[in-house]
Ligand binder design. Structure first.
Ligand code: AP5
Ligand code: MG
Length: 227
């Protein structure tokens, strides 16, 4: 069986994390979120965390060398043999070129771009609550009631430090300048698909499952991605 080597592209708030988690669980492969890895490094006070904190809080991008090193180290581990879901990487052309070099000889990348208009992205990010302890997203979905505490671990719900209006607008500017060019970088590949991210999360999940089946032949169990 071939590996599912999936890249989730899309602007801040598009639903990359939401969908990456479902797909990774359905396929039994790791979700690799560079944003989560950097936030964990900040919380742990490691050298990378100390370097990244101010950059993440301003909504700018951490240097290519640092992030490429993180992903290279992660993709060297054994648990990616059946594939992976990359969430938030690559974000620059230099990162995409580095990923292509890392994938030399591996199964082709499947790249999905989740498309959502800017006003909806801003709405989602300014209403998102995350768990202070485990980082899970809670609430913020289409007006659904936000629980008092994290459903996964009972932790306190807070806003992410970069989910305020000034930083959200900067993240969107950085996305347009640095990351949107990746749509052009990948779009000529037969394994690239664009997905309407304004649909309800279950519909986005179904569209992703269909797109992956189209381009990858769909490993058994991929229908699970709908759940
Ligand atoms: P990162 O953590 O990757 O943040 P981001 O790209 O800005 O994206 P978000 O996590 O905000 O959004 P998402 O698309 O995951 O949406 P979600 O599913 O949560 O990066 C943070 C920072 O780290 C960067 O700014 C940078 O500084 C640094 N960094 C990370 N990677 C880097 C790299 N490669 N290079 C350099 N620097 C890097 O959904 C958002 C909300 O919408 C949630 O509340 C969710 O419940 C809701 N929602 C989801 N889907 C739907 C739907 N279909 N309908 C309605 N609501 C929905
Ligand atoms: Mg995310």
């Amino acid at each position: 069986m071939s590996a599912l080597n999936l890249v989730m592209l899309g602007p801040p708030g598009a639903g990359k994390g939401t969908q990456a988690e479902r797909l990774a669980r359905a396929h039994g492969i790791p979700r690799i979120s560079t944003g989560d890895i950097l936030r964990e490094a900040v919380a742990a006070g490691t050298e990378i965390g100390r370097l990244a904190k101010a950059i993440v809080d301003r909504g700018e991008l951490v240097g290519d060398g640092v992030v490429i090193g993180i992903v290279q180290e992660r993709l060297d581990r054994d648990d990616v043999r059946r594939g992976f879901v990359l969430d938030g990487f690559p974000r620059t052309v230099a990162q995409a070129q580095a990923l292509d070099r890392m994938m030399d000889g591996a199964d082709p990348l499947v790249v999905v771009d989740i498309v959502v208009p800017e006003d909806e992205l801003v709405r989602r990010l300014l209403t998102r609550m995350v768990c202070e302890s485990c980082g899970a997203t809670a609430g913020g979905m289409d007006g659904g009631a936000t629980p008092a505490n994290c459903r996964k671990c009972g932790g306190r719900l807070v806003q992410r430090s970069d989910d305020n209006k000034r930083v959200v607008l900067e993240r969107l500017r950085v996305y347009l300048r640095e990351t949107k060019p990746l749509v052009e970088y990948y779009s000529a590949r037969p394994t690239f698909r664009s997905i309407d991210g304004t649909q309800a999360p279950d519909c986005v999940a179904s569209a992703l499952v269909r797109a992956i089946q189209e381009v990858d032949g769909g490993p058994p169990g991929s229908e699970e991605g709908r759940r």
